[in-house]
Ligand binder design. Structure first.
Ligand SMILES: [Zn+2]
Length: 276
């Protein structure tokens, strides 16, 4: 599943390609996405508008047009590809659900599982409001996400820290892999109640969340089965996981076997010696 670093990588790659181009056409497969009806008319207000820039909010890629914003979410299996010089998809496959025709090429959205989305937002509307509670938390790479803020949010919270981090209303975009990895680096047990972690340990956790996300962005995102970045190249972060997907293998810090458990229907990997 594409997580924040993957979306950030796609954003950085597409920004110079799309900036300044105007939208000439919209094509769809006719199949719906999470909230998108599948009808090209749903995006027709964007026709003729130029892309002023691209940014990211949580795991949404935001195309900022003259008078609107378009939020693209890659869901579980979405891939964005830039096809220069084209005005129709290269080879029609059943999983190509949306394409945007620009002056100099085509932005193609492919998504076998159709959990992704395309949402039109008014130009002056705050994306964090429009995109719902799962996108309302702090941006993890911004300075406002710090030990003090996390400690304030944790007061009285009895929920397990990993589940709490992934809710999206405290901090956005800390998905399953990065939550497991950051908690291991910070030495915090994933099942510990968030409200029972000392402020200095929460500050360390903030440091390591930023660290794992920045490493993944530098390496182009995790290597997951179905993730490709905008240019269709697989990312390389996967080989660096210290706990994620390594159940039964030795902890790289202490040699103890990594354990796996399920929290809120998601697999958590941890070292029961290093993480308390
Ligand atoms: Zn260990």
């Amino acid at each position: 599943m594409p997580e924040l670093p993957e979306v950030e990588v796609v954003c950085r790659q597409l920004s110079p390609l799309l900036a300044g181009q105007s939208l000439q056409g919209v094509g769809t497969s006719g199949k719906s996405l999470r909230s998108f009806s599948g009808r090209p008319q749903g995006l027709s207000p964007l026709l003729g508008q130029s892309v002023r820039g691209l940014t990211r909010r949580a795991k949404n890629l935001l195309l900022i047009f003259d008078h609107h914003q378009l939020a693209l979410h890659l869901g579980m299996s979405g891939v964005l590809s830039w096809c220069p010089g084209r005005d129709s998809p290269p080879k029609q496959s059943v999983h190509e659900h949306l394409w945007l025709v620009f002056d100099r090429g085509l932005l193609l959205y492919t998504d076998p599982r159709r959990f992704g989305d395309a949402r039109l937002i008014d130009g002056d509307e705050a994306p964090s409001r429009a995109l719902g509670v799962g996108s309302s938390g702090l941006e993890p790479l911004e300075a406002s996400f710090n030990g003090e803020a996390l400690n304030r949010a944790a007061q009285g919270v009895r929920q397990a820290v990993k589940v709490w981090l992934m809710r999206g209303d405290v901090v956005v975009g800390v998905g399953n892999i990065y939550a497991s990895e950051a908690l291991h680096r910070a030495g915090i047990h994933p099942a510990r109640a968030a409200g029972r972690i000392r402020p200095e340990r929460l500050a360390r956790l903030v440091h390591h969340i930023k660290e794992v996300l920045e490493e993944a962005i530098r390496e182009g995102g995790s290597t997951l089965r179905d993730f490709k970045d905008a240019a269709g190249v697989h990312g390389g972060y996967g080989e660096r996981h210290r706990v994620y997907g390594r159940a039964g293998q030795p902890c790289l810090s202490c040699g103890t076997h990594i354990r796996r458990m399920v929290q809120a229907q998601r697999a958590t990997y941890y070292c029961h010696v290093c993480q308390r």
